[in-house]
Design a protein around this ligand. Structure first.
Ligand SMILES: CCCCCCCCCC(=O)SCCNC(=O)CCNC(=O)[C@H](O)C(C)(C)COP(=O)(O)OP(=O)(O)OC[C@H]1O[C@@H](n2cnc3c(N)ncnc32)[C@H](O)[C@@H]1OP(=O)(O)O
Length: 161
């Protein structure tokens, strides 16, 4: 995977113990290093990547469905952290110990094949937010066409998790 990098990603603000995720952990040497960024107005979050050929699904040149869910998984949890902090007027830093989210439920709608040879863009928005629960909506596009959509229930980790 070739994630598109911009400035500081939300994953780069994860504390030390959360930086080893295979999909998006900055410290996982074998990982994919997916990166999520808030939009300028902070209302949405975005991640972009170009799939490597090894992640093809059963149909040649179509992205493997598990990878599609994986990208939603990492992007959705990072987005949940962003929306929770924004809602409280807080900045995300490595010292942030509250409001880090893991996936409780992930529903994925596979609408059209995802091509392997172009940039894939995923945008997220917040549907519902409470103290420990965030419901995040996501759309995956290539060439301006929506290829997949997801709805995630993300739950904030407790200090003892
Ligand atoms: C932390 C930083 C992480 C950085 C890297 C993340 C990147 C990648 C993302 C992942 O891969 S995460 C790994 C996959 N996920 C897991 O392993 C989670 C396994 N499940 C759990 O540990 C617990 O079930 C979980 C923490 C998600 C919830 O347990 P809790 O006991 O803390 O939840 P609780 O029962 O108090 O429910 C809190 C709220 O969430 C809701 N909820 C919990 N589980 C749900 C579920 N499965 N579906 C829908 N809603 C759910 C629940 O109804 C409730 O809503 P309300 O506040 O409105 O009442």
């Amino acid at each position: 995977m070739k994630p598109k990098k911009r400035n500081i990603a939300i994953q780069d603000t994860y504390g030390e113990r959360f930086q080893n995720c295979w999909g998006c952990g900055p410290k996982n040497e074998q990982g994919l290093h997916l990166k999520t960024y808030p939009s300028e107005d902070g209302e949405t979050c975005i991640t972009q990547f170009e799939p490597d050929n090894q992640y093809t699904g059963g149909v040649p040149n179509n992205l493997f469905g598990g990878m599609i869910a994986l990208v939603f998984d990492c992007h959705g949890t990072a987005s949940a952290a962003w929306f929770a902090h924004k809602n409280k007027g807080l900045a995300l830093t490595e010292e942030t110990v509250i409001g880090r989210f893991i996936t409780a439920r992930l529903e994925t709608d596979y609408k059209k094949p995802v091509p392997m040879d172009e940039t894939i863009t995923i945008r997220s928005s917040i549907e519902e937010l409470s103290e420990r629960k965030a419901i995040v909506r996501m759309k995956m596009e290539a060439s301006g066409v929506v290829r997949a959509e997801a709805r995630m229930v993300a739950v904030a980790v407790k200090d003892d998790m």
